[in-house]
Design a protein around this ligand. Structure first.
Ligand code: NIG
Ligand code: FE
Length: 397
């Protein structure tokens, strides 16, 4: 029964190739249906299948003229709340300097100095950019505030644009705690987590040499869990370390970056529910070695792809670009990359109502100016996303 105030029921018809990510509905894991249609009622998927079998009675019909369509991208890892940019740092890196996360402190200083309105404007701009590029679900982290007040206002801005918000207070040690990382961790655990927990769903920590070690990271994640937050971890980005195995031990939903892995890391992930979220935009923007997705996939690890949009290591909101990188640089097939950027992101956020077009899922769909999902990797750098539907409404055309 249709609710008032909801979008009209609409049959999106003449879809040349539809990725559903519901294996039972079509070919392989992508659940690919050719000559498909999908019915949206009240913002959710009400029916999906071959167009010859489409139900009649929808209030509206929208024709895709044989184009390909897929679920909206689920970008499960972004840092959109910040001020300033680090283009000069990027240029220095491209002239040979190495990334060492030190620039995070520049962004912290700029973010603290920014007004709420300036932070809001940045998130509006970047979330809009992401939507136009096909992202219908965003996770947004704090982490450039690093005082209670600045983390709270970062999360408040994030929560206005995303249901998936993450407290990343333990990003690096802020300048006022220089040389006293344990004191900062204690403050995060004893005060900040509690003060911020109402606005966040997830707790994250940068477990890396030069950021937080195993014990410090474990303390932050435990404090978050005591306050009802669910763990996810930044780990093994700049070098090998304990973060992947820590993430598995605490039952994290996802461990992100995973660019440097040992056989034991891969084995731990293969036997766990923790998703490996790969962020090739970061390797692109820091000119470093890409993670070996093939090795993870062949071991049976669930892999997600996300943008990591942030001003330091990956200033892109374009998940399609990340798909192209993953295929070219990380030995993923186009089908694997598309799955990882949609369903993989959903699993990394422990959501079963997004990332696929099953009955009852959010009516989030993107239509491509292309006949097949393969073109996302095959035509790199081309803006192929022609239409974006979110909750059954056409929001980009
Ligand atoms: O995910 N690795 C830590 N955090 C970010 C980078 C943050 C920055 O350099 O500003 C990342 O790559
Ligand atoms: Fe990140």
């Amino acid at each position: 029964m249709k609710q008032t105030g909801s979008p009209p029921s609409i049959l999106v018809d003449d879809i040349g190739e539809l990725v559903t990510n519901v294996p039972e509905l079509g070919e392989d894991r992508l659940g690919l249906i050719r000559d498909a249609a999908v019915l949206f009622v009240d913002g959710v998927v009400d029916w999906v299948g071959p167009r010859a079998q489409a139900p009649s009675g929808a209030e509206m019909r929208h024709d895709l003229g044989g184009r390909a369509a897929l679920p909206g991208f689920v970008d499960s890892h972004t840092h959109l709340v910040f001020a300033g940019d680090r283009a000069v740092e990027f240029a220095a890196r491209m002239s040979g300097e190495e990334y060492d996360a030190g620039g995070i402190r520049d962004t912290v200083a700029a973010t603290r100095a920014a007004t709420d309105g300036q932070l809001e404007a940045t998130v509006v701009r970047l979330a809009g950019e992401a939507l136009r590029a096909g992202t219908t679900t965003l996770e947004i982290k704090s982490g450039y505030g690093q005082t209670i007040v600045d983390e709270q206002r970062s999360l408040a801005v994030a929560a206005r644009h995303a249901r998936e918000t993450t407290l990343l207070a333990a990003h690096v040690t802020p300048p006022e705690f220089a040389g006293r990382t344990d004191d900062y961790v204690r403050m995060v655990c004893d005060e900040m987590v509690d003060a911020c927990a109402a606005q966040a769903k997830w707790i994250d920590v940068f477990c890396e040499r030069g950021a937080f070690d195993r014990d410090q990271s474990a303390a932050v994640l435990s404090a978050g869990m005591r306050s009802g937050l669910v763990p996810r971890v930044h780990a093994n980005q700049l070098g090998p370390g304990p973060g992947v195995q820590l993430a598995v031990e605490v039952g994290a939903a996802s461990v992100d970056h995973v660019s440097h892995t040992t056989a034991a890391d891969v084995e731990a992930l293969a036997g766990a529910d923790t998703v490996a979220t790969l962020l090739p935009g970061a390797e692109f923007c820091t000119r470093s070695a890409y993670p070996d997705a093939r090795r993870l996939l062949d071991a049976g690890v669930t892999v997600a792809l996300a943008s990591d949009c942030n001003p330091g290591t990956s200033y892109t909101t374009d998940v399609g670009f990340c798909i192209a990188l993953a295929v070219r640089e990380m030995r993923m097939t186009p089908a694997e990359a598309v799955w990882s950027a949609t369903m993989g992101g959903a699993v990394a956020l422990r959501r079963n109502d997004i990332g696929r077009l099953g009955i009852g899922c959010h009516a989030d769909l993107i239509a491509l100016d292309a006949p097949s999902h393969l073109h996302l990797a095959y035509r790199p750098g081309v803006a192929l996303v022609r239409e974006v539907w979110r909750d059954g409404r056409l929001v980009v055309r």
